[in-house]
Design a protein around this ligand. Structure first.
Ligand code: ADP
Length: 635
């Protein structure tokens, strides 16, 4: 068969693996063993679902053989194996694009040892080997295949013989000029130490043939008549890992660093997690969980490719890879494992959804995640804000989702931008900072704090010394619509809601003005027609002449949100616009005069006022060319 080419990205990584000297290259073994363990998990789950597989838990194992003379290390498993197609797909192409993303972020510095620390799966074999051979027979397949590669030039796949289902990964260790260090990997004892160091918790037994020495009686006697003994060394097959999963180990045996290393290699993240939770529960159902809050958004987080969910284990054996029924949608970034002897082995999704005990586990874990986030928010603001950058959006979606069923859980985790201090605040902090007399929580949708501060509507609010939260994400207004209030304080959108700042006297005064200038507002409405729902004398404007606001539940941001949803470009949901006029502004008087003397000119003035209001509100003009012509003509 002709030589096949690696995918371009894979080739780059492979090149790096081969050409760099890593101090961390010993992690290759952890990566290969973890693949074997995953492959066994897969076949074991199959066996649980289907007895005709004919395998039980005791049958599974991983074997490591070191052959000094042949300069090979072979890792063998009796897991699910791979077909020729799977070998082509899985080994010809780098699996975690996160790695590449990382490399690209680092630029050329990526060829540092850092990359070796988190590993790049199967390819890390090339850090120590100049040739890798994989022999595999997939479950349900009659034939076995041999994949072989000596690096970026490509690889070949040929049919071959293999007894039974499973995989052998044979690594031909490089010969290096100053080869002492690399030759270390050909020592059985060094390999055994590496297993202990990185793979001790693997749930399947890792067998090695090791030398074991014992004093044995020779059958002869010494001068004193005692039996003679000699040291005999034999090769024995031993299980070299403790098989205690990391989440079952005490904090002393599995300190945070060890758990973090587990997280990074299991969930393929090169960054340390933001949060680490150890949960241990005893009761009607007892279980242990080790959960992680990642520091950054996985590259595929907002795509269909992203698989949320926790790994489920029963007594240390994986029974489900992505159980997404335990945590709510808004916590789908959480990674980790839950292990309970009470989980039945052939658990199905249907069972999960209806099992009350499992629901109890889920709701407890959900509370713990929330608690951990609240703790970070309290104790390490910078860390929390960085978490917020990564996952704030999903927390906000979660608040809105399902008519706000999780809003109670999430409302104290939300951050909004404060216009006063140009920094993030929680709702609790906003309310705490409210001066005497402030009754509402003010917010405005704007793309920046600077723009929000310059908005005419914001003027009277700032004048009172009240803070305004700046909503720069379309989802933000949906969040406040769902929450409605916080600690009894109602949310107030300063572009569309009554600011509630007027005294009774102010109100009377305003009503009088409405009456007095009715002729003007009516004229404006007539001129603008359906473009606006209403024209009124503003109660918010102080120094600016006009203002475009909205009435009803739909704001400009919602309109934009709906407009940008695919398929909604044309009609969509529209905000009803209100043109507000400042009766104290000079242009207002000009307009009044014109209505009395020259209706056509007055209509042009109205159109300009409306156009300016649209511009100030950041709304597109219906007819920009016509509008410009009009303005220039008037000048
Ligand atoms: P990852 O393990 O992160 O998916 P790897 O590069 O380590 O990435 O492996 C790529 C894929 O090759 C695995 O996802 C798996 O499908 C397959 N694979 C690797 N080793 C084995 C093995 N020992 N048995 C079966 N499949 C394997």
């Amino acid at each position: 068969m002709a030589k096949r080419q690696f995918k371009t990205e894979s080739k780059k990584i492979l090149d790096m693996m081969i050409n760099s000297i890593y101090t961390h290259r010993e992690i290759f073994l952890r990566e290969i063993i973890s693949n074997s363990s995953d492959a066994i998990d897969k076949l074991h789950i199959k066996a649980l679902e289907d007895p005709s597989v004919g395998k039980s838990k005791e049958d599974f194992r991983i074997d490591i053989k070191v052959d000094r003379d042949a300069r090979t290390i072979t890792v063998t498993d009796n897991g699910i194996g791979m077909t020729a197609e799977e070998m082509d797909k899985n080994l010809g192409c780098i699996a975690h694009s996160g790695t590449l993303e990382y490399k690209e972020n680092l630029g050329d510095d990526a060829d540092s040892e850092a990359i070796g620390q988190f590993g790049v799966g199967f390819y890390s074999a090339f850090m120590v080997a100049d040739k890798v051979t994989v022999i595999s027979k997939a479950y349900g397949s009659e034939t076995a295949n041999k994949w072989e590669s000596s690096g970026p030039d490509g690889y070949s796949i040929k049919e071959c013989e293999r007894d039974g289902v499973g995989t052998d990964v044979i690594m031909h260790i490089k010969e290096e000029e100053d080869g002492e260090e690399i030759d270390d990997f050909l020592e059985t004892e060094s390999i055994r130490e590496l297993v202990k160091k990185y793979s001790d918790y693997i749930r399947w037994p890792i067998h090695m043939t090791v030398d074991e020495s014992e004093w044995e009686e020779t059958g002869e006697k010494d001068e004193e008549g005692k039996p003679k003994k000699e040291l005999v060394t034999r090769k024995v097959d031993k299980v070299v890992n403790s098989m205690v999963p990391i989440w079952r180990q005490s904090k002393e045996d599995a300190p945070d660093e060890k758990c973090i290393e587990f997280y990074q290699s299991t969930f393929h993240d090169y960054e340390k997690p933001t949060g680490l939770l150890r949960v241990s529960a005893e009761g009607s159902i007892s279980y242990k969980a080790l959960l992680f809050i990642p520091a950054r958004t996985p590259f595929d987080f907002y795509t269909r490719e992203y698989k949320a969910g926790l790994q489920l284990y029963s007594n240390g054996v994986m029974i489900m890879d992505h159980c997404d029924d335990l945590l709510p949608y808004c916590f789908r970034f959480v990674r980790g494992v839950v292990d309970s002897p009470d989980f039945t082995l052939n658990i199905s999704r249907e069972v999960l959804q209806h099992d009350r005990q499992l629901q109890a586990v889920g709701s407890y874990l959900t509370k713990q995640v929330k608690k951990e986030l609240a703790r970070i928010l309290e104790e390490d603001r910078e860390k929390y804000e960085s978490f917020w950058h990564s996952f704030g959006k999903i927390i906000k979606y979660g608040t809105v989702d399902g008519y706000g069923k999780d809003s109670e859980l999430l409302k104290d985790l939300i951050l909004f931008r404060s216009a006063r201090d140009d920094k993030y605040v929680t709702l609790a902090e906003y309310v705490k900072g409210m001066p005497e007399g402030q009754e509402k929580i003010y917010y405005v949708s704007s793309d920046s704090v600077a723009h929000a501060k310059a908005l005419p509507q914001a003027e009277p609010v700032f004048a009172k010394g009240y803070d305004v939260m700046v909503f720069d994400d379309e989802i933000d207004t949906f969040v406040t619509n769902i929450l409605r209030e916080y600690e009894g304080k109602k949310f107030c959108n300063i572009t569309s809601d009554d600011l509630g700042l007027e005294s009774e006297e102010d109100k009377k005064e305003a009503e009088k003005k409405d009456e007095e200038f009715k002729e003007v507002t009516d004229f404006c409405k007539e001129t603008l027609g359906d473009a606006v729902a209403e024209v009124k004398i503003s109660r918010k404007l102080k120094s600016h002449a006009v203002l475009l606001s909205t009435q009803g539940g739909v704001t400009f941001e919602m309109e934009k949100y709906f407009r940008e949803m695919p398929g909604n470009e044309e009609e969509g949901i529209k905000a009803s616009r209100v043109l507000e006029l400042n009766s104290e502004a000079p242009v207002f008087q000009t307009l009044r005069d014109a209505i009395g003397s020259d209706k056509e000119r007055a209509a042009d003035i109205v159109r300009v006022m409306y156009g300016q209001a649209c511009l100030m509100a950041g709304q597109p003009l219906d007819d920009p060319v016509g509008y410009s012509d009009l303005v220039l003509r008037m000048i």
